[in-house]
Design a protein around this ligand. Structure first.
Ligand code: PLP
Length: 290
């Protein structure tokens, strides 16, 4: 019999799907790893469960405990699934730019959600980072997952996303193009792939309003780069510990402009989760691959 013992066992092994239309004319094959096939609808399920498992092994998360996290929604969904299966409570802080649907669905799976202002610096006591940190100090038997600096995040991708891409392409992958937020996905996946083949090019997709691209190019943290943006989940206003910039070859910034029609985004949209961001990456890909 082929029976999963619980929903967490369905995470990963997501399909790799050929893009046909948006990539027409490119001198290469472009494939999308469609991680909204995960039960929580995003790639974040992988690292959420890993953070919980590592915290349990290290004794940081104990039976009946409360998982606290600041999340744009997707990590929260993965953590909430793990909490249901393993019997924890969840409190999430998020920002006021997240969609109501995401907040509603986190509440529907049992999480308490605290909405914080977007337009404040990370160290501001009102920011969603600061509120999560404060709650973790105040609430007994709580565990602050801290996806930004918790290296279990990138470990999840080193152990699953990287090997899956390698196997699904039979080692033929030449480029990894990946959004960069906490850095867990791109760093963990790239660390695995570059161990297999150091010639694989790794390109990070960042957003205007984030300081990551300038940091990558100059090594300076320039708060003048930071301004609010609409895109969800990628870009940062600080450099999380999960980054290992040495495995990344290039950073490209994209805008918030949603020119779907221009880039035939019907095809992009079916390869994106409801929560992902269609970004106009095609012209840049075209230039670089030529
Ligand atoms: C759907 C989605 N994709 C990509 C990212 C960025 O990935 P990472 O945080 O691993 O850099 C996020 C981050 O929240 C996300 O929610």
């Amino acid at each position: 019999m082929d029976i999963k013992n619980n929903i967490l066992e369905t995470i990963g092994k997501t399909p790799l799907i050929r893009l046909n239309k948006i990539t027409a004319g490119l001198p290469c094959e472009v494939l999308a790893k469609v991680d909204y096939f995960n039960p929580g609808n995003s790639i974040k399920d992988r690292m959420a469960v890993k953070m919980v498992e590592v915290a349990e092994q290290e004794g940081k998360l104990k039976p009946g405990g409360t998982i606290i996290e600041c999340t744009s929604g997707n990590t929260g969904m993965g953590l909430a699934l793990a909490a249901i299966v393993k019997g924890y409570k969840c409190i999430f802080t998020t920002t006021d730019k997240q969609s109501k649907e995401k907040i509603d669905i986190l509440k529907a799976v049992g999480a308490e959600v605290i909405v914080c202002p977007t337009n404040v610096e990370p160290e501001d006591p009102r920011s969603y980072y600061s509120v999560a940190r404060r709650l973790a100090k105040e609430i007994p038997n709580s565990f602050h997952a801290n996806q930004y600096d918790n290296l279990a995040n990138r470990l999840a991708h080193y152990e699953s996303t990287g090997p899956e891409l390698w196997e699904q392409t039979e080692g033929k992958i030449t480029h990894l193009v990946c959004t960069a937020g906490t850095g867990g996905t791109i760093t963990g996946t790239a660390m695995f792939l570059k161990e297999k083949n150091p010639n694989i090019q790794v390109w990070a997709i960042d957003v205007y309003g984030s300081l990551l691209t300038k940091y990558f190019k100059t090594g300076t943290i320039d708060m003048n780069e930071v301004h609010p943006y609409i895109s969800e989940g990628f870009g940062e206003d600080f450099v999380p510990e999960n980054y290992n910039m040495s495995v990344i070859d290039h950073f490209e910034q994209v805008t918030d402009i949603k020119d779907h029609d221009k880039y035939n985004c019907k095809e992009i949209n079916y390869c994106n989760s409801y929560s992902d961001n269609p970004f106009p990456v095609r012209p840049n890909l075209h230039l670089k691959i030529k």
